[in-house]
Ligand binder design. Structure first.
Ligand code: SF4
Length: 419
């Protein structure tokens, strides 16, 4: 029986799709790379924005149109379970908390015409060893307790919970032994990782003590939960000097309405402290533009903070109303205003990123892991998470040392070129 897995959304969803694929292969299913070749399709959906909902629905419709049996899971399937059930848009609908029962389910119940919610429980922290590239993701946390006023994720992924440190460590030891050079700790709100008296810092510290030539990277962190002890690790060669700190807005007024627990000034001072210790530390972020009630002055406060901080990359989201959130009750901005603000923020963030990279990165030596080789060029990421291309022949799973000489703008981000 051939299965095709369609993944929409974040790194966590990609990690979980990989886990599903591994588990299905262990049950003698084969993975079909193309939808057309599959007997049935698993769609791992996302619901972070309206666009993600639309993409999830399109994927379901496309598979159904091709006469495939459809299993839908992920955040959209979790939050919009009832409407999907009524619409008959999938053969089986599985909420996030039961996502990893799908292989057993398909094995046991292959498409009984019964559309019943599946509530069997199985480990939601799967162990995955097969990653496409040189980087391995480890899911250490799931869920979120913060309930920011615009966000649906706590409804889709439940309360925050963490993987036991000793399981995480043994898993990572095996990944290092398997030759992975970069380990990314991922989750929904990784900053909230804690198990008894082990927090994210303690877990990271234990991983850094492991033997082997590898580096660790943290995925998205909440600014108000940033553990300042991470500053002490910035010169540790095994700790990637890059933080993804989710800002969302540079205006205290908007941050207050978003129910984010920090101020623009707190965020600015945190970035300043980071760069005081490691001037070329990569800082990336997420910003929502066009949040309900965001005045022109408030938007300009966001632009001003972006100029000051000099993020290496800004992921820009146009506000999108999410059901079951507080902000969904507030008056939304028109599409034209949002579009115009996205464009202005893109320009400012690209310009300030270029200024930063030319001042702090160009001419310095970096260790990269080459992920793809195309047209005789190796492409990979530096330790401070900048995409770089090099003519140097780099292969496989080894670090290569390169010195970036130029910057190029690509799809709204600054990239590097080395000899
Ligand atoms: S921290 Fe806020 S934005 Fe992030 S997942 Fe939790 S509720 Fe959503």
């Amino acid at each position: 029986m051939k299965v095709h897995i369609e993944t929409i959304g974040c790194k966590l969803n990609q990690f979980e799709s990989q886990a599903l694929s591994d588990a299905l292969v262990k049950k003698n299913f084969s993975i079909a790379e193309h939808l057309e070749d599959a007997d049935f399709v698993i769609i791992n959906t996302c619901s972070v924005t309206n666009k993600a909902d639309v993409k999830s629905r399109q994927a379901m419709r496309k598979a159904k149109k091709l006469g495939k049996r459809v299993v839908v899971t992920g955040c959209y399937a979790t939050t919009d379970f009832d409407s999907l059930l009524d619409e008959n848009s999938a053969d089986i609908i599985v909420k996030n908390e039961s996502k990893f029962t799908i292989p057993e389910l398909l094995e046991k119940r292959l498409f009984l015409e019964e559309k019943t919610p599946i509530l069997e429980n199985s480990s939601e922290f799967p162990i995955v060893y097969q990653f496409e590239k040189t980087r391995a993701f480890v899911k250490i946390q799931d869920g979120c307790n913060k309930f920011c006023s615009y966000c649906k994720i706590p409804h889709a992924r439940g309360r925050s919970r963490s993987l036991e440190p000793k399981i995480a460590i043994s898993f990572i030891k095996n990944l290092i032994a398997a030759g992975y050079k970069e380990i990314v700790l991922t989750g929904v709100n990784v900053s909230d990782y804690h198990c008894a008296d082990t927090g994210l810092y303690e877990l990271t510290e234990s991983i850094l003590k492991l033997r082997g030539d590898f580096r660790i990277r943290l995925s998205s962190l909440q600014p108000d939960e940033f553990d300042v002890r991470f500053l002490d690790l910035l010169m540790n060669e095994k700790f990637s000097p890059h933080f993804h700190l989710s800002l969302q807005s540079g205006s205290n007024g908007v941050l207050g309405r978003m129910e984010r627990n920090y101020t623009a000034d707190y965020f600015r001072r945190l970035c300043f402290r980071i760069r005081q210790i490691r001037p070329d530390c990569g800082i990336t972020t997420d910003i929502i533009v066009g949040f309900p009630g965001e005045s022109e002055i408030e938007f300009e406060e966001t632009l001003a903070l972006v100029k000051i901080v000099e993020f290496t990359r800004v992921h820009i989201f146009s506000y999108s109303r999410r059901s079951r959130t507080k902000a969904s009750l507030w008056k939304d901005w028109d599409g034209k205003t949002k579009k115009e603000r996205v464009k202005r923020l893109e320009e400012i963030s690209l310009k300030s990123a270029k200024t930063f990279v030319e001042r702090e990165v160009i001419g310095k030596e970096y260790r990269i892991l080459t992920e793809i080789n195309e047209e005789g060029k190796g492409i990979g990421y530096t330790e401070n998470y900048l995409r770089i291309s090099t003519k140097q022949k780099c292969g496989g799973n080894e670090f290569a040392f390169v010195t970036p000489r130029n910057t190029i703008a690509n799809a709204g981000t600054v990239e590097l070129e080395a000899e």
